[in-house]
Design a protein around this ligand. Structure first.
Ligand code: ZN
Length: 268
């Protein structure tokens, strides 16, 4: 599921940027676009950083939890335990017992808003170092998601080094004024896209939390099994990923083509 989540994040960011450019005359530089797309793709994997494994034995966890080796596996362990803690702290009488926090707190709207706002606040407060760190983290997740087979073969050390280099290059070349709020927005949008993706493919996501419904705080909302996309089916995965890729490419071409044509003095 990793590549589909990452691709949907990239597709949504590119399509949204194209719409802003076309309808609202809001232009972004190619680098700002690339950063937003990578961060949104990474953000679209972030909620699954709540699937813990066996840190001491370096086993298990979601693919995304293994991006930075045992370090991200440890972060996932902590996120899972915090999520489970919040689940029990807010559960009502009809919410079932759980022994794992996966797909709870990190799959809610308040979490999405908090992550987006927190990212923006960090960038505003700590400037340069916060931006580099967040870019590093999100680019790592995006690499892991978009190029899963390569990442698997290369191993987490290479993924970490490539992320660090990409983050540094971006920071050195990105103008400071408009770059920071877009990073927070891209992370938040990515998280939200992930939740929607889980809603159409999985048994359910507590997207209404913390609204209590019939003595349940954690009502799982999703498509019924009969019409939900079965992620195991190869054909569906191929169709979905092709569609998302085509959408991304079209949006990217639509965004970049006018300025390229302009450079060669071609009237459109
Ligand atoms: Zn998920």
């Amino acid at each position: 599921m990793g590549p589909s989540h990452a691709l949907s994040g990239a597709a949504v960011w590119l399509t949204g940027s194209w719409a802003l450019d076309y309808f609202a005359d809001y232009h972004q530089s190619p680098l700002a676009l690339a950063v937003g797309t990578a961060v949104c793709a990474g953000g679209a994997l972030f909620p699954d950083l709540d699937l813990s494994g066996k840190v001491t034995r370096n086993q298990g966890g979601a693919t995304v939890a293994r991006t930075f080796g045992v370090f991200s596996l440890f972060v996932a362990e902590v996120m899972e335990k915090i999520s489970l803690g919040v689940y029990y702290a807010t559960k009502l009488s009809r919410d079932p017992r759980r022994n794992n926090g996966h797909r709870t707190l990190t799959h809610t709207i308040p979490f999405t808003v908090l992550v987006g706002w927190g990212t923006t606040a960090l960038c505003a407060a700590y400037g340069k170092w916060a931006v580099v760190s967040i870019l590093f983290f999100m680019i790592g997740l995006a690499l892991r998601g978009l190029f899963d087979e390569w990442a698997e073969r290369a191993g987490w050390v290479i993924v970490t080094l490539v992320s660090a280099a990409a983050a540094w290059f971006t920071f050195a070349n990105l103008p400071g004024d408009r770059g920071y709020p877009m990073i927070g927005l891209a992370v938040g949008v990515g998280c939200f896209v992930h939740i929607l993706g889980d809603m159409i493919t999985k048994a359910g996501v507590p997207i209404l939390w913390p609204i209590p419904i019939k003595r349940r705080m954690w009502t799982m909302i999703g498509l019924p099994n009969s019409i939900a996309l079965r992620t195991g089916s190869k054909a569906e995965v191929v169709v979905l990923r092709t569609a998302l890729t085509v959408l991304s490419v079209l949006a990217a071409v639509g965004l970049v083509a006018p300025s390229v044509l302009q450079r060669f003095n071609i009237e459109v």
